[in-house]
Design a protein around this ligand. Structure first.
Ligand SMILES: [Zn+2]
Length: 341
């Protein structure tokens, strides 16, 4: 059992590991993930091929990955310019940017874990193109790509998809990571992720998948149970920097990781997956190292990790589990999806 505080070098913050109380009595709310069998096509889904969306636009009869501008964007090139001046010390700015939706497949009933390895690589190629295209806009300073998966993280539509927020500001997590990475690179002449990877490999207990070019692991300083990083060994600023060979290797490890997550409880494993990519603000970001972080919200099937006083109010996490034990659970499951096994 682990009871200690661990430093998170990318976020520059302490994580309280309190695994000694993981089995404390629980009388709180539990959540239910739907076990409903989905159709391959849903006429009411805004992502399925041929369907009409709220904007009135019609999806093509696509058969691979399909990208479109979000019909209800939080940032847009048409955002209002005539803003009310803020009172006193406050500031505001235009909600300038581009928000897009990326449908992984025409199939309504599949998840990333259930796609073929080739489909995962195709998706990553599309995301590379999106990063290059959106990042080239002078007014876009950062391209955030993420997948919210599962009803417990607020996704009402199960059709597998991710979102892109290309914004005029740099998201806070990335801003902190840029600063921490730059400082580390100046001092150690290698990226922070490379130092983390070395430490993980020396220890070995939290590694899920290790290949020639990619490592999947639960970091020593994990904030969530089952929080997983997937990182190329080479430091590239973004997904777009990966060669075809590296991309295929990365895709295989990413796929294997999400398959194991589904296999753990034989259910579609909910998570928030975020691509950590360097800002596109035209400045240098020495030592920035592209990787993916997966933040699963469940502690156990049906049992949510609530974000409360310490996390929401204090800004630091309590992890009630031992990252070593959670990694061992994911190491022990098969790498063939349970639905295909
Ligand atoms: Zn659909």
């Amino acid at each position: 059992m682990v009871w200690e505080e661990r430093w998170h070098p990318l976020r520059q913050e302490w994580v309280m590991i309190a695994a000694h109380r993981n089995d404390r009595p629980w009388s709180g709310e539990t959540v239910q993930e739907s076990s409903e069998v989905l159709p391959a096509y849903d006429k009411d889904c805004y992502l399925c091929p041929g369907n009409r969306r709220v904007s009135g636009k019609q999806n093509p009869e696509y058969d691979g990955v399909f990208v479109f501008d979000n019909d209800k964007p939080c940032v847009g090139l048409s955002a209002p310019t005539d803003l009310q001046p803020p009172p006193g010390i406050y500031r505001n700015q235009r909600a300038n940017g581009i928000a897009r939706v990326v449908s992984f497949t025409p199939r309504h009933d599949l998840t990333l874990a259930e796609l073929s390895y080739e489909q995962v690589v195709d998706l990553l190629v599309v995301l590379q193109e999106q990063y290059r295209e959106l990042g080239a806009h002078p007014e876009i300073n950062h391209v955030l790509m993420f997948e919210n998966k599962g009803a417990v993280v607020g996704v009402s539509n199960p059709h597998p998809h991710s979102q892109i927020y290309a914004t005029n500001f740099v998201f806070k997590t990335i801003e902190i990571e840029v600063e921490a990475s730059s400082r580390h690179f100046t001092e150690h002449r290698e990226s922070l992720l490379q130092s983390m990877i070395r430490a993980e490999e020396e220890d070995g207990r939290r590694i899920l998948i290790s290949s020639d070019q990619t490592l999947s692991f639960i970091p020593y300083c994990a904030r969530y149970p089952y929080e997983t990083f997937i990182s190329p060994r080479e430091a590239h600023g973004s997904l777009a920097g990966l060669s075809r060979d590296e991309l295929e290797d990365f895709g295989a490890v990413l796929h294997d990781t999400v398959v194991r997550m589904d296999n753990l409880w034989k259910m579609s494993f909910p998570y928030v997956m975020v691509f950590h990519q360097e800002p596109t603000d035209g400045k240098p970001h020495p030592g920035f190292h592209f990787h993916v972080e997966i933040h699963p919200p469940l502690r156990k099937p049906g049992l949510l990790k609530y974000l409360a006083g310490p996390e929401v109010g204090g800004g630091n996490f309590i992890n009630d589990t031992s990252p070593e034990e959670k990694a061992a659970e994911l190491q022990a499951v098969p790498s063939v999806h349970y639905k295909k096994a």
